[in-house]
Each structure stands twice: as structure tokens, then as C-alpha cells.
Design a protein around this ligand. Structure first.
Ligand SMILES: [Zn+2]
Length: 217
């Protein structure tokens, strides 16, 4: 059961085609796993174009735009919400479109990061983000860090916990510069995540900061 979903603003930007590709890979992968966000996307797609043309032009705050759309739906001004258009593929660790991104780079190639952790950079044409797969060994922590920008983490296999919550397959955690956290994989199995960042992480340990350019994180 997915408990941590996409935020409305990101989903709205995805449906409007204005979300940079790096975030889009994670959004689309979450959508493949999450019927509830697919249903919400259906709402955006049916009313979003109409609405964005008329109101976002005057008001750039898209989360505000969504609350207005939502109010109209609640008030019955906008007709019944839309059926889910496409089914997600939930049977593999790497659902589409992520699977194709991995295939396009020649398949899974993990690169060791130390402490048993490994990563694989997923190339995209978006220069504003870095997209990577992370594998954290069962029971192990990721080095404690905060964020200069935003970090989106989507769990694909296993689970991890930090001070905020526990995140399982399909769950999304959004972290920004206010959060110093140390995610730890659950004891029972390795945790595989898709992580998107728009700025380098800020590690607490001097050693990790020294390693950053070498690891490309
Ligand atoms: Zn969701």
C-alpha cells in the first residue's frame, strides 16, 4: 500500500508538460505503481489544459491553481472525473518508463559507493537534475546528509526509514534544505530507490564531502 504520494504541484506540472525530464522519470515511474495518483492525473489532464490556459496565465502559483480546480470539482462545476487512462505495470522492480531508461544505457550497471551501497546514474537530456538508482544494503544507513536543493526518492524494492517515516515500494519522499536525514534500509532486504536531485547533497561528514566529486553525488 503506497502511503507517500506525489505532491499536487509536481503532478500538475507533469500533466501540463512543464516538468523537467529528470523529475518526470520519477513521476512517471510512481504513476506506474500508484492507481490513486493515476486517477488524479486523469483529473489534471481533463480539466488542466482548459484551466491552465485561462487562469495560470494570470497567476503562476500552480498549487493554488490546483486548489481552485479542486474547489470547482467539489462544487460540481466540473463534470465527473475521468477514468484512469492507462494501467500501471506493477510486476517488476523497474516499471516503465524507468525500464527503458535503464535498457538505453546498456542495462543495470551498479557502481560501488562504499559501505556496500551502490549507485547507477540514469542519463537524461535534462541538465538541471541528476537521476540515479541507489542500492542500500539491508539494515545499512545512507551517510547523513541534507540538501542544497530538492531530493525526490522513490522506493522500488525493500524499504527505508528516516526520522520522517518509513517508505516502502512506490512511496515517495521529498526532501529539501530543511531536512537533515539519514535513511536506513530495513533489516529484511536491500533497498533499491530511484533518486532525483537538483543540487549536490550536503553531507555531514567531512570524509563524505571529500568523496563527493569522486562518486558524482
Ligand atoms: Zn501516488
Amino acid at each position: 500500500m503506497i502511503e507517500h504520494h506525489l505532491d499536487d504541484e509536481m503532478l500538475l506540472r507533469y500533466s501540463a508538460g512543464t516538468l523537467p525530464e529528470g523529475w518526470g522519470v520519477a513521476v512517471a515511474t510512481h504513476l506506474a505503481l500508484c492507481p490513486s495518483c493515476r486517477a488524479k492525473l486523469g483529473v489534471f489532464e481533463s480539466v488542466g489544459g482548459y484551466f491552465l490556459d485561462r487562469e495560470t496565465a494570470a497567476n503562476d502559483d500552480q498549487s493554488d491553481a490546483w486548489s481552485k480546480v479542486h474547489a470547482r470539482i467539489e462544487a460540481g462545476e466540473i463534470d465527473k472525473v475521468v477514468a484512469i487512462r492507462r494501467e500501471g505495470s506493477t510486476d517488476t522492480t523497474y516499471p516503465e518508463p524507468l525500464r527503458s531508461y535503464i535498457a538505453n544505457t546498456g542495462g543495470l550497471k551498479w557502481r560501488r559507493m562504499g559501505g556496500g551501497a551502490a549507485q547507477m546514474i540514469i542519463p537524461t537530456s535534462d541538465p538541471t537534475t541528476t537521476v540515479r538508482l541507489l542500492k542500500i544494503p539491508a539494515g545499512q544507513p545512507v551517510p547523513e546528509h541534507s540538501h542544497a536543493g530538492t531530493e525526490l526518492t522513490l522506493v522500488l524494492e525493500g524499504s527505508f526509514s528516516d526520522a520522517v517515516s518509513t517508505f516502502g515500494r512506490g512511496d515517495i519522499e521529498m526532501a529539501d534544505s530543511d531536512l537533515m536525514h539519514q535513511p536506513r534500509a530495513s533489516e529484511d532486504r536491500d533497498c533499491i530507490c530511484l533518486a532525483v536531485t537538483d543540487a549536490p547533497l550536503r553531507f555531514k561528514s567531512r570524509f563524505m564531502r571529500w568523496l563527493q566529486p569522486i562518486l558524482g553525488i
